[in-house]
Write a protein that binds this ligand. Structure first.
Ligand SMILES: C[S@@+](CC[C@H](N)C(=O)[O-])C[C@H]1O[C@@H](n2cnc3c(N)ncnc32)[C@H](O)[C@@H]1O
Length: 338
């Protein structure tokens, strides 16, 4: 049973729950580049206006709002970063800003929340209600957003790729197929760490092109390839390890099962399938985590714990040989065809 939450001021709490100004004000500040402009110390409103080309009156209103909400500070010399907005500068900050920039794919996915009620009614994604097309088709019509999307995904995957590359036991593997492998970040990291391996990214055309370019830049073109196709069709056979990284969470059970079945069928009889997911917290908390709703609304997917993945694997004709979880959120489930 859940403990009832005691709310001291229900009106204030409702206002807090329904506030839309603050999430967009923070995103506007990021889109205008304000955190970086303040990185070296306080800057006056006039200087910020000149640097951003914004309307001075409107920029002053945005800054005052964000000072009142703790994102920035107002000091004698102008506006300054706080401990909170320091999280938006530097190397780590760049990845956070990429998700928040209103001109990028992160904010486009966030805008999909306007389709949440529709997604709840149908159980399918709500992104297309807002943007006219489901995410993957929308990205196919907007190549620059697709490039930025692959970079966003790649930055998250890059944080954990070395763990799979170096701590997983690759004995018995010669050739890998990374199914829905995106821009090739994970496969490149594995091949760098395991010079005896070769591999192929299998993904939609724009992602495969990005992967090919990444392999060329990384000097891996002789061992790393990229091919195009849909994982809803049978997959090329021949690899001995099929990886599905951060893919199954994008899909409902029926679709995820189909993708997994294609991996399992291609891996038969002696290959293996590695399900990799990067979850921002313990999946036990999934039902109350925003990420689960985000998966529903953006792509019609859902978070799963290791038992749910094991059930998917069984339905796809495989058994789970091992489950490993790292503190960074990486979970790797090794499946073997039955
Ligand atoms: C969330 S991204 C994960 C990318 C990468 N595996 C990673 O771990 O960073 C999901 C990937 O699935 C790919 N995808 C979506 N629909 C697909 C389809 N029908 N066939 C093949 N790939 C698809 C997308 O293009 C995208 O690269």
């Amino acid at each position: 049973m859940t403990t009832p939450v005691v709310t001291p001021d229900p009106d204030a709490e409702l206002a807090r729950l329904t506030d839309i100004a603050t999430p967009y004000a923070v995103r506007a500040a990021v889109t205008l580049g304000l955190p970086q402009l303040l990185e070296d110390g306080p800057v006056t409103l006039a200087e910020l206006t000149a640097a951003t080309g914004a309307d001075e009156g409107a920029l002053g209103r945005l800054l005052r709002y964000l000072v009142a909400h703790g994102l920035f500070d107002e000091v004698r010399e102008g506006y300054a970063l706080t401990e909170v907005s320091r999280r938006l500068v530097g190397d780590d900050g760049a990845a956070r800003r990429a998700w928040l920039d209103l001109s990028g794919p992160g904010a486009r996915m966030d805008a999909g929340y306007a389709g949440l009620a529709a997604a709840v009614r149908t159980g399918a994604e709500g992104y297309s209600v807002v943007h006219g097309l489901p995410l993957w088709e929308d990205l196919a019509t907007r190549p620059h957003l697709r490039v930025e999307f692959d970079a966003l995904m790649g930055a998250d995957t890059e944080r954990v790729a070395h763990l799979l590359a170096t701590e997983y036991d690759w004995t018995g593997t010669g050739d890998i197929m990374d199914v829905g492998g995106g821009g090739g970040i994970l496969l490149a990291e594995i091949l760098r760490a395991q010079p005896q391996l070769t591999g192929t990214v299998f993904d939609l055309p724009p992602a495969a092109a990005a992967a090919r370019a990444h392999f060329a830049r990384s000097g891996l073109s002789s061992r790393a390839h990229a091919i195009t196709g849909s994982f809803f069709e049978p997959l090329p056979v021949g690899a001995d390890t099929y990886i599905v990284s951060r893919v199954l969470t994008d899909w409902n059970d029926a679709a995820a099962q189909r993708i997994l079945r294609h991996c399992v069928d291609a891996a038969r009889p002696n290959g293996r399938v590695l399900i990799a997911e990067v979850l921002p917290y313990d999946t036990a908390q999934a039902p109350t985590a925003p990420y689960d709703l985000q998966m529903l609304v953006v792509v019609g997917g859902c978070l799963r714990n290791s038992e749910q993945f094991a059930a998917l694997a069984a339905a796809a004709g495989a058994t789970v040989a091992s489950v490993r979880r790292w503190p960074s959120g990486l979970m790797v489930i090794e499946c073997r065809p039955l």
